[in-house]
Write a protein that binds this ligand. Structure first.
Ligand SMILES: [Zn+2]
Ligand SMILES: [Zn+2]
Length: 103
């Protein structure tokens, strides 16, 4: 599959803390189907290993707050470019409308 550029980040650094090396690529909407869609629409950011996988501060390490923050940010950017209707069609879930997201 053709790799796309991130539409969420221009510089190659951790989206959270700004560290530059080492970095891992994170697909904001992950899981089997969503990962491919994230790739297709550039819904990805660079994260340092701590903010990517470490517990509890990593997005895959149980940091739910960071996970939601990234998803809301990505959805907003997507909708600025393509609109809400397409977002719902592609990802099927509205992260901006979740009460838990604002706690
Ligand atoms: Zn970091
Ligand atoms: Zn990831």
């Amino acid at each position: 599959m053709k790799r796309t550029e991130s539409v969420l980040q221009r510089s190659r650094q951790c989206w959270v803390c700004g560290k530059r090396d080492p970095l891992e690529e994170h697909h904001v909407f992950y899981g089997t189907a969503n990962r491919m869609k994230s790739e297709r629409y550039g819904m990805k950011v660079y994260l340092c290993p701590e903010h990517h996988r470490a517990q509890p501060e990593g997005v895959h390490g149980g940091n739910r707050e960071l996970d939601l923050k990234l998803k809301r940010f990505a959805q907003m950017r997507f909708e600025q470019m393509f609109g809400h209707e397409l977002f719902m069609k592609v990802f099927g879930r509205n992260w901006l409308d979740q009460e838990e997201a604002w706690q």
